[in-house]
Design a protein around this ligand. Structure first.
Ligand SMILES: Nc1ncnc2c1ncn2[C@@H]1O[C@H](COP(=O)(O)OP(=O)(O)O)[C@@H](O)[C@H]1O
Ligand SMILES: [Mg+2]
Length: 235
């Protein structure tokens, strides 16, 4: 069996609300394997983004444990978590979050530059990723000159530069037309199947879900359904 990349053990996240606390994520147990693509579906407010932020180490659970590649994130200080996000965890968002003053190539290289001086091997990987994602003719362009689909592929290149074991995407196709949405969903699937990345994508988009190995449905912060073709388990 492929290794477990992400483990959630009794994960809850409670926000202090107005009169009553809001339980955004409510006792989630699940495991996600290398080489699998999981879609997380659920209505608005069901806790999808909160859960993804916990997996991304951008937030800490109120209780329970988030374990990435065997590391319990609770044991890591903020600097260590920031490093983990630059090395082991790739993040993709709905609105791309590219730096407007940098070219596509410079955006993609950013996670490396924040860590260390890029090596020849980094530059070769950058060129290969840009080529593979069909961005060669756009590599010196700034994001404003690109289409939505190209921007999301550039954001994928940036997320993949450090060779993450875990790729987390929040509504990655939310701002794209149908053709580009399907293309991005195929990329996510291929990254899992061909490169062994553990991919989780929060989505409203059934076309994304149709390409996933597993579909995990959330409601009120709980798993209410799991359809698994391979690789994701929950009790
Ligand atoms: N920072 C926060 N402070 C207070 N409540 C929050 C915060 N973030 C999310 N929530 C609440 O938690 C619930 C789940 O939100 P979210 O995870 O964003 O849902 P989804 O991504 O599925 O739409 C919602 O009721 C939302 O209002
Ligand atoms: Mg959300």
């Amino acid at each position: 069996m492929p290794p477990v990349v992400l483990q959630l053990r009794g994960v809850s996240r409670v926000f202090a609300g107005g009169s009553e606390p809001i339980v955004a994520v409510d006792g989630i147990d699940a495991e996600f394997l290398a080489g699998t693509f999981t879609a997380i579906l659920g209505r608005s407010g069901s806790g999808k983004s909160t859960l993804l932020h916990l997996c991304a180490s951008l937030d800490r659970p109120s209780s329970g444990a988030v374990i990435v590649d065997g590391i319990d994130l609770a044991t890591q200080d903020d600097d260590a978590l920031a490093r983990l996000r630059r090395t082991a965890i790739g993040l993709v968002f709905q609105f791309f979050n590219l730096m407007p003053q940098l070219s596509i190539e410079e955006n993609a290289l950013l996670p490396i530059v924040l860590e260390r001086a890029p090596t020849g091997a980094d530059l070769a990987r950058l060129a290969a990723l840009i080529e593979r994602l069909g961005l060669s003719s756009r590599r010196t362009h700034r994001p404003e000159r690109l289409s939505g689909g190209e921007r999301q592929r550039a954001a994928l290149a940036r997320a993949l530069m450090p060779s993450p074991r875990l790729l987390l995407a929040d509504e990655p196709t939310g701002a794209l037309d149908s053709t580009n949405a399907t293309a991005i969903a195929r990329w996510l699937r291929d990254l899992a199947h061909d490169d062994g990345v553990c991919v989780l994508a929060v989505t409203h988009d059934e076309r994304v879900a149709a390409l996933a190995d597993s579909v995990l449905r959330l409601d009120d912060g709980r798993i209410v359904g799991i359809e698994s073709r391979r690789g994701t388990t929950a009790p």
